[in-house]
Every structure is written in C-alpha cells, then in structure tokens.
Design a protein around this ligand. Sequence first.
Ligand code: FES
Length: 514
Amino acid sequence: MEAATRNKKKQARDGACESIWQSSAGGLQTSPAEDKVYDVIVVGGGITGITTALLLQEAGKQCLLIEASETGFGTTGGTSAHLNTFFDTTYPEIDGDFGETASKLVADSGKEALSFIRELTGRYAIDCDFEYKDGFLFSQNKKETEQLAEILASSKAAGIAVEEAADNGVHVPFERALRFAQQAQFHPLKYIRALAAEFLKLNGTLLEHTFAEGAEFKDSVHLVKTADAVHQARHLIYATHMPPGITLANFTCAPYRSYVLGLTLKDDRYPDCLSYDMQEPYHYFRSHEIDGHRYLLVGGEDHKTGEGDPAAAFERLESYIRTYYEVDKIAFRWSSQYYVPVDGLPYIGKLPLGSDHTYVATGYNGNGMMFGTLAAMILRDQVLGKVNRYSELFSPSRIKPVAGFSEFVKENAGAAWHFVADRFSLEDLESTAQLKAGEGRVVTFRGEKIALYKDSLGKVTALSPVCTHAGCIVNFNPEERSWDCPCHGGRFDLSGKVLTGPPQKDLKVYDLNG
Ligand code: FES
C-alpha cells in the first residue's frame, strides 16, 4: 500500500496564535482510502474523532477518518487539557435540571472517561505526560462560598471524591476551597497522535487535508463527497463540534472562545495541581513541562465567539495573573473555541432528523477532553448495537426545558440579531485607506459589504462577509487572524478558507481590481 508521510514541521492549528502543544508535532503515516463501503466514516480528527475511530477499529470495524487539515488542528490543539470529574455545569445545576440520578450518571461517566484515558495510555504505552493531580475549586466571596458548599454536597452525593481543603493550590487569595482527588492532565497532541498511530496500525484509514464537502444517504449507504472522491460507509459520525448544514445543534449550542497564556515565572511557584476560581467567566491554572522548560498555564476570560474583544481578553488575563505571580515571560498565548449546550450537558448520539446511522457529538462546554473521550465510548457502543447506560442522558434528541433556557434565549437572541442587524447597520466605511496593517474590518465598498484585511505589506484581501452556513456576517478576530461567525461559530482564515464548521463552503473572494 502506497504511504505518504506528513512532514514534521510544526503542528498546524486553526488560528495565528501558537499554542504550547504545537512545538511537539510528529508525523503520521497515512494511506489512501480504498474504493469500498467502509463500516464507519468519522469526520473530524480531534480527540472525539480519533478516539472513536480507534475504538471502532479495535472492535473489528473498518473505519475511514477524514480530517480537513491535520489531526489536532481544531480545539484539541488549543485545549488546556484538564481532565476532571467535575464539570463546567456543576453537580447542583445537574441535580436541579436533570435530577440526582442524572448527577450520579454524569459523575460515573466522568470517572469512567478519565480511567479510560489512563487505560489507553497504558495499553498503548503512550508517552503523553499524563499525571494525576489534585484539583482545587475555590471561592473568593460570600456568594461563591455558598455555591461552593452546594457543590461540595452535590458532588459527594453524586459519588465524587471531594473534601474541604485548607489550601487552593495557587497563590491567589480565597475564602474556602474544595479538593477533588485524582484529577489529571496530559499533553493533548501527544495523546491523540499516539491514538491515531494505533488506529493506523490496526489498518484504519486516515485522510488528512481532506474536506468533507457534503454527504447524502442512498440505499442504506452514506456517500461522503471530498474534492477528489466519494467515500462510502454504513455509519457516519460527525466529530466536528457542529455537524454541517442547518441542524438542531445550531439552536442548542452556542460558540465561545477561551484564552490561555503559557508563561514562565521569576520564582518557582508553579502550581502542582489543577485549580479554578469561581468568577464569571472563571480562571483556571496548571503547569506543564515542555522540552525541559516549566510553564504555568492560566486560562479564562471566555466570551461568545465573534462578540468580545480578543486583545482585551488577553490583556485582562495577563493583568489577572500578574496580580498574583511574578511573571518572567509570556511564552505562549492562544485562544480556542468550544460550544456551550443549552441545558448544560453534551449532545452525543444519533443526529436528530439526520439520516439513519448518522451521529454527532458536541456541546462539551470547557470539558472537551473528558466528553470527547466519553463520546467515543458511547458512539462505539451505538454503532456496535450495544447498550450504553449513558446514551439516554446525553441523547441529542432529549427534550429538556430547563432553568438555563432563559440564558440560552439570550444566546439565540444574539444570533438572531446578527442574522438581521449586522447585515444592515454596520458602520459604513468608504475606502480601505482607513485600515492599518494587520487590521480587518467589514466595510462598504462599491455598494457591497466586504470583509477586508490588510497584511503587513499593505496587500488587501477582500472577501464576502456573508457566512456560507446561514448568512450571518463574520467579524474579524485580530489575535487569531481569522473571520469568526457569531451565530454558530463558523470560522474562516484570511483567504476565506473554512477553519471551523459548520460552514462547508469558503467565503467568496472578491477581485478588488475587477
Ligand atoms: Fe452559522 Fe455562520 S456559522 S451562519
């Protein structure tokens, strides 16, 4: 079989900022797809897609894994890689919205997913810096302390090993703290790359730099179109956060960006734990050693995609950490995208209103490494026709009117506003002359709305700002140098190429000389 090797240059990701993980890229031996009906096509080469493909290949299925860029290009290459048994949606919130039995199930699923990551690292002798750590959650005012007490009670009731702690693991003042035992961290790209290598050893097929342009279901077979072929499979799994097209997921999940700094300290006060404050949005801490150098990773300042000010978010994060730590150098700064689910829990399973045997996994909130792994376990069982005790709770078809809904209405209202108002009331600009080097903006040019970007040499690129998914207007992200859609999180690079679905088509390129 003819093989092609990805060259070993730095790992690519979906933004201009460099994440701390990208320096340790490795090549993968890939092979061409065969002209046959595969058992499963998995679209998306992040932790969800790769783990799912591996588990199904292990189970004897023939899988084709399709990735638009390189494995780890998306959120998995930009995560801060915390492995937790407590989640952004807290156990008291799950108790209130789904009931205490659901909380126990979520707790069990988290413990199972974390153990399973550990099991895979052992089974395949994966060197991915996996380490168990204590996880601390701490309050800083009366209201947070009351919430912390509720979290302690609900987490314990759900079966999570947690206790009050005298410390919070970081040099940040606090009122009360909880210690969650046996949390963990790892290097996400080393981990998924090793899983991908095992998938290939088991004769799985991986196509990188292959964009799934569309799919149809005919005579019980999925036909997935790419630039130079139509691939066939009995089952189709979208591990791309948002599945393509207009789906229910567009109305149940809202896209957010989270910011991370990787920095060195003037002293040696690197945290030997995972730690989280309770502010909104919260901040999180941990350390990681890369190429013999220790870094403190601090993250947070999340905001809805396409709406906040990325530069200001980085500034706030830097100011926050400098308040408590003697920063020597900020070596890395990057942001990454995740999806917040309307009722707090991820959607994993059969795609509602989709063709037969079409599956989706999305809405992980900030817990993608955990829920991505859990999704792989659930989807494997569903494809194999086995019962999985978590299927019903995480079903994308669940109908759950919950307290969080009113909050989500705001998200949807935001999306609706962008559908209409952005198209007609953006500030009109008469020429490109007002753009500085490195700046991008939606302007009016010859009567058309145009997304303009001027590079450092003064070259201007002109694109249609109309998102090819559902017609919202994209906004410029000056930090990641991308065009981000506020409606469902679609993102495009400076040349208009799709970086992040659900859009499947690139932005239209305008010829400025035409
Ligand atoms: Fe849906 Fe842009 S991602 S309209």
